[in-house]
Design a protein around this ligand. Structure first.
Ligand SMILES: [Zn+2]
Length: 274
């Protein structure tokens, strides 16, 4: 499913308010830390990967179905589980996620808080103008603790912001990439036009290596392999859609084949020597 994040760009600009950072992140109250880490800082990972959640009444059955479908996809990618907290007898100790289409902070917006809330509070996801799975995935990855790809510490190597407009008022620069390559295919990357960014030479090369065009950035329909790897690094690998080992498997297969060839050659020369 390809979602027009161009629409995101236009609408996000219209819906951005002072309460949102980078268009769609609601900071927790008194959350004044400089946010110099993150994918997520460890304290913001949901305990045991369990995210208790509840829908507010305004969320239609159709939208609930889409959200729970995406939740299921994320559960297959990493050791996370979304648990309907209305069915839980105990109030969760680590806080819970409230999914709404009318959160008061910005009812028409498409946004989320990042990571587990501090002190057993409430994490929020608002699906105002966005109702498609691409945006739901993006916002749920925020909820799980992922920030925007273009906010990585090393993003300056790959792109240059041409102007410092509203989106950068509270930009969260310097997130920890944990050694992952810069990912222009990330579902957590904004379109270059939205952030008015220009690729550097290294960015152009990185994009080429990822077999992608500049106009595709920020418009991918689903989580990238890099997103899945990052999520798995945070919570542990999931059982489904595992692509992590593809490269390692290829290398391992190559080593085995080479070893067999060498063994055969060795055997041949060994036999000849007899
Ligand atoms: Zn976002």
């Amino acid at each position: 499913m390809i979602c027009a994040l161009a629409a995101f760009a236009a609408t996000a600009t219209a819906t951005a308010t002072a309460s949102l950072c980078e268009y769609d992140i609601l900071r927790y109250p008194r959350d004044d830390r400089p946010a110099r880490r993150a994918l997520v800082e460890e304290g913001r990972l949901w305990r045991g990967g369990v995210v208790p959640y509840v829908f507010t009444q305004d969320v239609s059955n159709g939208l609930r179905g889409k959200v729970t479908k995406v939740m299921g996809e994320l559960e297959a990618m990493a050791q996370v589980s979304f648990v309907d907290s209305l069915r839980e007898s105990k109030r969760p100790a680590g806080g819970r996620l409230v999914v709404s289409t009318r959160h008061v902070e910005n009812p028409s917006g498409c946004w989320a808080t990042v990571g587990m809330p501090p002190n057993g509070g409430v994490a929020k996801m608002n699906l105002g103008w966005c109702r498609d799975e691409r945006h739901i995935t993006h916002e749920l990855l925020h909820v799980l603790g992922m920030w925007h790809e273009q906010s990585r510490q090393d993003s300056d190597k790959f792109l240059r912001l041409k102007r410092d407009d509203g989106v950068n008022d509270c930009i969260i620069r310097g997130t920890d990439s944990r050694g992952f390559s810069y990912d222009f295919r990330s579902i957590m990357h904004y379109p270059l036009s939205t952030i008015d960014a220009e690729l550097t030479a290294e960015g152009i090369e990185r994009l080429r290596l990822q077999n992608a065009r500049p106009d595709q950035v920020g418009r991918w329909g689903e989580a990238s392999e890099g997103d899945i790897r990052q999520l798995a690094a945070m919570y542990g690998r999931g059982e489904g859609r595992i692509t992590h080992e593809r490269e390692n498997t290829t290398v391992a297969a190559g080593i085995i084949v080479a070893a067999i060839v060498l063994a055969v050659i060795g055997l041949y020369w060994g036999m000849r020597a007899l």
